[in-house]
Ligand binder design. Sequence first.
Ligand SMILES: [Zn+2]
Length: 88
Amino acid sequence: MTGHHSRNTAPMINSPRCGAKTRKGTPCQAPAVAGKLRCRMHGGAAGSGAPKGNSNALKHGLYTADAKEMRRFVRELSQKTKEIIDDI
Ligand SMILES: [Zn+2]
């Protein structure tokens, strides 16, 4: 046993931390909600955020999952084409 803690606090110390910017400009560092990147005060709370596929705030669709997937596909395709051309 290391330190003066009588309890096992290693999982708490090693858990992912919230990276939200505080008013001081430093990261929040509170423990992040399981499966999320933010703590419960910074948008990680259960039921927070829009459900998948909801289009209530859709303006142009440039950042929808579909559009991102399409751009990823085009990027990979042009990368592979470049590799093939380089091989020739
Ligand atoms: Zn936070």
